[in-house]
Design a protein around this ligand. Sequence first.
Ligand code: NAD
Length: 499
Amino acid sequence: MQELTHYIGGAHVKGISGRFADVFNPATGEVQAKVPLANADEMAKAVAIAAKAQPAWAAVNPQRRARIMMAFVGLLNRDMDKLAEALSREHGKTLPDAKGDVIRGLEVVEYCIGAPQMLKGEFTDSAGPGIDMYSMKQPLGVTAGITPFNFPAMIPMWMFAPAIVCGNAFILKPSERDPSVPLMLAELMEEAGLPKGILQVVNGDKEAVDAILYDDTIQSVGFVGSTPIAEYIYGTGCAQGKRVQCFGGAKNHMIIMPDADMDQAADALVGAGYGAAGERCMAISVAVPVGDDTADRLLEKLVPKVEALKVGPYTSGDDVDYGPVVTAAAKENIGRLVQSGIDQGAKLVVDGRNFNLQGYEDGFFVGAHLFDNVTKDMDIYKTEIFGPVLSTIRAQSYEEAIGLAMDHEYGNGTAIFTRDGDTARDFAARINIGMVGINVPIPVPLAYHTFGGWKKSMFGDLNQHGPDAFKFYTRTKTITSRWPSGIKEGGEFSIPVME
Ligand code: NAD
């Protein structure tokens, strides 16, 4: 049994709390490693090392910091296969999808190579007689991030790359379900030239998270995960005076208008609903066809595609559409919600309940499920299932469809499929959801735009990556400067104004 470590002060460090969590191979159900769960002392040690290392790192000029990001990109590409294999082994997703996880993180690292440009301040020459005014963007100091299991490469990189290139030290508390890739990323950052102590990985659960939240040195906390924990971390972190951004759960609707290309819509739904076993915060979990005729035409195309989905372990290579879910508990939860859908009157048109994969009976595989005739009051509609379960809710008009998406408590992503520009434009303008796709089912913005939901999917002011990340990880200082030769008029007792 492999015992994983923390990565503190540039070295792999064994856990001393005596508490561990099991790390499974979701394809076989076996425990393949145990990960240490840090206590407050272990977190404090990492914070002290970070605080000591950070001033010298902040003093390195932005171009040199950017070059480390450049070298890191090269190392990610060099180790792509190794990273993807480690990721699939702990998470369960297919190898091509695991590479996508690494690459969508890498793209944000590439964006961070532009730090010298992004960190430039503003300057006003002669704001007053002999007076210049300028601003600086300075790092916060020690920053921290808490990440979910479903993107163990991408989301840590979305946080630590901008934090570090801005001159901060960063402490990562990854998901205890799949901690190996985050540890590998920290090693690669140091191989790229990052000084020790600037990126550290402290594994753990609530105890480690609370140690972050109540630490006086840590200036900011980034979180991605489920909404109840996002709310807890946002409330607690803000009350401690920290800068906090928290990204939560989702229930993403895709509206299919009568004029949509039904083949395109069905292909989009099968990928966006079932890819990564539905364990994506941008997965489509609700299909909203407008009109019964549209619903019938859509399901006629969709049902055979869902029935034909290939489910299996990542070791089967490209021959698999999606893998197992992350834990036995996740599988049980999905089964319970599917049963509630049946009990509450939804029609299960593709039944994945008896799915069984020969040779992998102990793996956490879940067959594909498709519901029709779902209604607003059902638990499968209200709850984020985070599994391969797609619900169809039939709307009788465009207004009813957009109303459903707008009334739902989550607001991460949404999509509309239509050939009508007016409808698409109206949808994009009115919808109260952060990321919108027009004939694009999973509208995850690229690295140089920003990522973030609305409503219960996001708590805070600034999104992830893009220009917002440079705002989140810096503080603005504005300097008003006059050389002594200008001070000749004695004291001034009223506020200076421009006359
Ligand atoms: P989770 O909330 O269970 O865990 C996320 C992190 O919080 C982990 O590091 C975990 O150790 C920690 N944590 C768990 N319980 C805690 C507690 N009681 N106190 C303090 N910390 C705690 O989420 P998950 O299951 O790892 O990830 C899936 C969820 O993440 C889904 O809801 C999904 O929608 C969401 N997600 C959102 C986004 C987004 O950008 N909005 C992206 C990816 C995932």
